[in-house]
Design a protein around this ligand. Structure first.
Ligand SMILES: [Zn+2]
Ligand SMILES: [Zn+2]
Length: 257
């Protein structure tokens, strides 16, 4: 229950901040977008709960009981596990995101996130339940192989959720502050490049929390070519309000890339 507040409070604060300091005007009304994003998230969470009731934390406890996984074999100080675990886990999430774009079957599910013609905090909730299950299987494997302690799994999930809501927010952050934040964190201006309708730009900036992987693997782009207010966001298909209904979003993966 506590985790619900770690989600709800940042969400509420970001919605207020977006209203105070908006980056772009929206192409669709927020009312035509947010209910389906919330329903999509809700259905994904129910599906995940049915498949793996104890979630990632449960997987981590199982690994600990079985004395399985890197951190259970190699004793490290707590801060070492925290830092190394954070970095390896984030790299694994980055690699999964790249795979979601490169493999057609995976892209069909991830495309639902990209087919949002706007970019705000509700885009961060908009993932197809199929992608959420694929993501759970991948993260579960990483948690088990690493043997990350349950407390870190819990914190990493909270950070990832809050980080995703922040870096999708329609928030105007001064350029100097944005560049400074980018030393350690993926910012909205950095992730917005990834939501461009332009194919090249959509294959840049895959990071969710740590911004270094994109630089390291040569897929970093500082700013969109057309600028943040003029760039087109989303996919060239599925731009209308009717494409944003929960049923349209659930059915979207059936269309060929
Ligand atoms: Zn993506
Ligand atoms: Zn995104």
């Amino acid at each position: 229950m506590e985790r619900f507040w770690y989600f709800l409070i940042p969400l509420a604060l970001l919605i207020i901040a977006e209203a105070l300091w908006p980056r772009r005007s929206r192409s669709l009304s927020r009312a035509s977008r947010w209910p389906s994003a919330v329903l999509l998230l809700g259905s994904g969470l129910v599906l995940m709960r049915l498949l793996v009731p104890a979630g990632l934390v449960g997987i981590s406890l199982l690994a600990e009981d079985a004395n399985f996984g890197l951190f259970n074999w190699v004793p490290l100080p707590v801060w070492g596990v925290a830092i190394l675990g954070y970095m390896i886990f984030d790299l694994a999430v980055w690699a999964q995101h790249v795979a979601m774009h490169r493999i057609d079957f995976l892209w069909r599910f991830h495309r639902v996130h990209h087919a949002d013609p706007d970019f705000d905090v509700f885009t961060a909730l908009r993932f197809h339940p199929g992608e959420m299950v694929i993501s759970l299987a991948w993260k579960g494997a990483v948690v088990a192989l690493l043997g990350v302690p349950a407390v870190f799994v819990l914190w990493y999930e909270v950070l990832l959720n809050v980080g995703a809501m922040f870096n999708h927010s329609n928030l105007k952050i001064p350029r100097g502050l944005d560049q400074w934040l980018r030393l350690g964190l993926v910012t909205p201006d950095m992730h917005r490049v990834h939501h461009s309708t332009d194919h090249v730009e959509a294959n840049r900036n895959f990071g969710f929390l740590i911004p270094w992987w994109d630089r390291l693997f040569g897929v970093y782009q500082d700013q969109p070519v057309a600028g943040h207010t003029d760039m087109e966001i989303g996919q060239s298909r599925w731009r209308g309000a009717s494409d944003q209904s929960i049923w349209a979003l659930l059915a979207q993966p059936r269309f060929k890339p």
